[in-house]
Design a protein around this ligand. Structure first.
Ligand code: HAM
Length: 412
């Protein structure tokens, strides 16, 4: 029968890969809980409307990349392309908000975007995501950035670049949008790509994010966001910067950083690496002060957060992440199979990790397997050991010693 292959853009994560993901999740959990965050698990399937309303109708994610389908009762569902929308929905639906209350959540899990797969770009990928609600102060922005940096350092990544920008607020953004529109209208618009020609009217900020080379060239002198911030946004951003300066976080200001999702206001950021090919962003995030309200929550509940792409971080992790194996119980004489199994159980009860051979094989084959699984010690059950109630212990490190001891003495 023909074998069935996985679909394009997804991956099977075998133990050596999964070990990296588990390491990232454990580090994130340790770092995030030290900042007062708790884990939230939201569904992968949500109503399509949730993403259209939050991420924005004019974004690539909503226009081209969502896995959307009708369920059996013809309701439109979407497999989450990101976590923030679902977290905000859960926050609003469960009425977590109370005046003055700050809530902090982190989530891990798979996300789905119908993009053209390449190194570091998958159709099913995994994010580590953190969100803070109820804090409009620039201290929250600074703390979120420092927590992200702490997590990345915690997994051993020191050489990443932080880029920061402020996207303004409903007060100053419309004026900036108008300045952008005026600029684009002064160009020969037919030279822009089809998407950008449309975006000039629907969402001019998106034009700055276009990856098409010609669009980038044409818009290089476009008005800059920082020049159009209102006093409140300027002051807010200045405090964020002074706080992270004080804390010693290195970053660059990137006035063209607009992000690919529409819900952002004020502080936005991306973390990039030069070592993983074309898809350089390993994390991105920012403030989304209008999102809770636009998803039916109360007015003026601010939010800020970020997501890290685990596939891209995994590409940067070096070394071994699988837990060490303490032992292998080598069955050389079939008659000892029961003794070997029970001995393995006792070793595990004493806190060790390892495997037991189920079928008798030659000593050579058994030792080869013990080496393959990186066992620190091999416990050998051959004919002598079976007959004498002993076990031979071989230290698997180079030039390791070997000794035969009584089995009952071993656990004394
Ligand atoms: P995003 O920039 O769309 O932001 O995604 C965050 C990270 O997810 C990216 O920097 C990248 O590392 C990873 N990523 C995105 N798409 C793919 C893909 N197709 N394959 C592999 N990795 C990918 C968000 O998703 C926002 N929800 C972040 C956020 C949280 N903002 C506020 N709170």
């Amino acid at each position: 029968m023909a074998k069935i292959q996985k679909i394009k853009g997804v991956a099977d994560l075998f133990p050596e890969d999964s070990a990296r993901y588990a390491f990232m999740e454990k580090t994130a959990r340790d770092v995030f809980t030290s900042y007062g965050f708790g884990e939230l698990r939201t569904p992968i399937l949500e109503k399509t409307e949730l993403f259209c309303r939050s991420i924005g109708e004019e974004t690539d994610v909503v226009q081209k990349e969502m896995y959307t389908f009708p369920d059996r009762k013809n309701r439109s569902l979407t497999m989450r392309p990101e976590a923030t929308a679902g977290v905000v929905r859960a926050y609003v639906e469960n009425k977590i908000y109370q005046p003055g209350k700050v809530s902090k959540f982190f989530t891990f899990g798979p996300m789905f975007r119908y993009e053209r797969p390449q190194a570091g770009r998958m159709r099913q990928f995994h994010q580590i995501n953190a969100e803070v609600f109820g804090a409009s102060e620039p201290q929250a922005d600074a703390e979120v950035l420092l927590m992200l940096s702490g997590f990345l350092k915690g997994i051993g990544l020191e050489k990443l670049s932080f880029e920061l920008n402020s996207l303004g607020c409903p007060e100053c953004r419309p004026k900036y949008n108008q300045a952008l529109k005026d600029f684009f209208n002064s160009l020969d618009k037919s030279e822009l790509c089809d998407d950008c020609q449309r975006r000039v009217d629907t969402n001019p900020l998106r034009v700055l994010d276009c990856k098409v080379k010609r669009c980038k060239e044409l818009t290089k002198d476009a008005p800059s966001i920082p020049d159009h911030l209102c006093t409140e946004c300027r002051d807010h951003f200045d405090v964020v910067i002074s706080l992270i300066d004080e804390a010693g976080l290195e970053y660059t200001l990137n006035p063209r950083l607009v992000r690919g999702l529409d819900y952002y206001q004020r502080t936005t950021f991306e973390v990039t690496s030069g070592d993983i090919g074309a898809q350089t962003a390993v994390a991105g995030g920012g403030r989304y002060d209008g999102l809770v309200e636009s998803l039916g929550g109360p007015k003026k509940v601010p939010g800020i957060g970020f997501a890290c792409g685990m596939e891209r971080l995994a590409m940067l992790l070096e070394g071994e992440y699988e837990a060490a194996t303490d032992f292998y119980v080598a069955l050389v004489d079939e008659r000892a199979s029961k003794d070997a199994l029970i001995f393995g159980e006792k070793l595990r009860r004493s806190g060790l990790k390892g495997e037991v051979g189920f079928t008798a094989k030659s000593m050579k084959a058994q030792l080869r397997h013990a080496n393959k699984i990186n066992a620190a010690k091999c416990f050998i059950f051959g004919a002598d050991e079976y007959e004498n109630g002993t076990v031979t212990i071989k230290d698997m490190t180079e030039g390791g010693e070997q000794e035969t001891v009584s089995r009952t003495d071993y656990f004394k």
